[in-house]
Ligand binder design. Structure first.
Ligand SMILES: Nc1ncnc2c1ncn2[C@@H]1O[C@H](COP(=O)(O)OP(=O)(O)OP(=O)(O)O)[C@@H](O)[C@H]1O
Ligand SMILES: O=P(O)(O)OC[C@@]1(O)O[C@H](CO)[C@@H](O)[C@@H]1O
Length: 301
C-alpha cells in the first residue's frame, strides 16, 4: 500500500493577472481552487495513474474540510488527523509577469496530534511505500521527518522524501528509498548554484554518500537528473510543450517515478522516464497530470 503524509495541506488559489502591481487593487482574469500540499498532490497523481494511496497528515476547520472533500473527489482515500486550533492554509499562486507564491501558515499541531499520526504510521510494514513531502508548520520541531523515519526504521517501508534543507539532509542517515530535491534546493544545501544537468551529478552523489539510496533532481524546463543506488546516472531533457500551471510538477514527478517503478518491477530507467513525463504533463495542464497526458509525452520523449 502507498501512503502520503502532508503536514500542512492547503487550498491552492491559483489566479492569473495581466500584471501584478504592489500597493494597488489587482483584478484577476482567471481563478481556480485546487486541494494542495505536496503529499496530497502525489496521492492525486498516483490515483490518476491507476495506483491507490491513502493521504495522511493534519487538517483543520472549514478549509481543512474542503481540502479533504476535494481530495476525496479525486478518488483518493483520506485519513487525516483533524486538529482543533487554527485553520488549514490557503496558498496563493499568482501568475502575472512572474510567478509569485504566498503560502499560508497552517493550524496549530499539538503533541497529541502528532501521536495520532504516529498511530496511523505504526501500522505500516514491509512492502509499503511512504511519501513524506512538503514543509512542516514552523511551530513544529525541525526534525519531524527524522523522527518519523527513526520510528519506522527496520520495518521494510520504502520512504520517499521531498523536502528542503535540514528537513531533507537530516533524514539521509535513515537511507530513504528516493529523495527529490530540485536543482535550486540541491544547490542551497551545498552553497552552490546548479543550472546545468551535468553540474548536478556530483552533488546528487554527495547526498547518496550521506545515505540516500536514489536521488532524483528535478530542473523544471531543463528536465531532470537521476542517480540510482545501482550506480546508474541518467539525464533527460524536459518534454516540449506549453506550460499552463507548474504548481505540483515536482510532486507529479515523484508520483510518476513511484508508478513507473511499480509497473516495471523496479526498473529505475523506466521509473525515471515516467517521473519526467508525469512532471511535464502536470506543467502542461491546468490541473494535475492524467494517465493519457503522461502516455502522450512518454511516446514523444
Ligand atoms: N517548464 C517546464 N517545461 C517542461 N517540463 C517541466 C517544466 N516545469 C516542470 N517540468 C517537469 O516537471 C518536473 C518537476 O518540475 P520542477 O523542477 O519545477 O519541480 P519542483 O521545483 O519540485 O516544483 P513544485 O514545487 O512546484 O512541485 C521537471 O523535472 C520537468 O520534468
Ligand atoms: O509550503 P510547502 O509545503 O513547501 O509547499 C506547499 C505547496 O506550494 O506545494 C505544492 C506544490 O508542490 C502546492 O500544492 C502547495 O501550495
Amino acid at each position: 500500500m502507498i501512503y502520503t503524509v502532508t503536514f500542512n495541506p492547503s487550498l491552492d488559489y491559483i489566479v492569473r493577472l495581466d500584471s501584478l502591481k504592489l500597493g494597488a487593487v489587482n483584478r484577476v482574469n482567471y481563478e481556480n481552487v485546487l486541494p494542495g500540499g505536496k503529499g496530497i498532490n502525489v496521492s492525486i497523481v498516483l490515483n490518476n495513474l491507476g495506483h491507490k494511496s491513502t493521504a495522511l497528515g493534519f487538517v483543520a476547520d472549514f478549509t481543512g474540510r474542503e481540502i479533504v472533500e476535494r481530495t476525496v473527489g479525486y478518488g483518493v482515500d483520506c485519513d487525516f488527523v483533524t486538529v482543533a486550533e487554527g485553520m488549514s492554509r490557503i496558498n496563493m499562486k499568482l501568475k502575472a509577469e512572474d510567478e509569485t507564491e504566498i503560502n499560508g501558515m497552517g493550524p496549530k499541531i499539538t503533541p497529541d496530534d502528532i501521536d495520532a499520526l504516529y498511530q496511523k504510521l505504526d501500522k505500516l510494514g514491509k512492502g509499503d511505500i511512504l511519501v513524506i513531502a512538503g514543509s512542516v508548520p514552523s511551530m513544529l520541531p525541525g526534525d519531524m521527518y527524522q523522527r518519523i523515519m527513526g520510528r519506522l526504521e527496520g520495518r521494510g517501508v520504502d520512504i520517499a522524501v521531498d523536502a528542503e534543507r535540514d528537513l531533507l539532509v537530516n533524514v539521509l542517515q535513515y537511507h530513504p528509498f528516493v529523495i527529490k530535491p530540485n536543482n535550486h534546493e540541491l544547490g542551497a544545501i551545498f552553497g552552490v548554484e546548479l543550472n546545468k544537468r551535468e553540474e548536478v551529478v556530483p552533488y546528487a552523489k554527495k547526498l547518496q554518500e550521506k545515505g540516500a539510496r536514489n536521488v532524483l533532481v528535478s530542473m523544471a524546463g531543463e528536465g531532470a537528473v537521476f542517480v540510482s543506488e545501482t550506480g546508474e546516472v541518467v539525464m533527460s531533457e524536459a518534454p516540449k510543450g506549453t506550460v499552463v500551471n507548474s504548481v505540483g510538477a515536482g510532486d507529479s514527478m515523484v508520483a510518476g517515478f513511484i508508478a513507473g517503478y511499480l509497473e516495471s518491477d523496479g526498473n529505475y530507467a523506466t521509473a525515471f522516464k515516467m517521473g519526467v513525463c508525469t512532471g511535464s504533463a502536470s506543467a502542461f495542464s491546468p490541473d494535475l497530470a492524467t494517465r493519457p497526458e503522461v502516455e502522450n509525452l512518454l511516446a514523444s520523449l
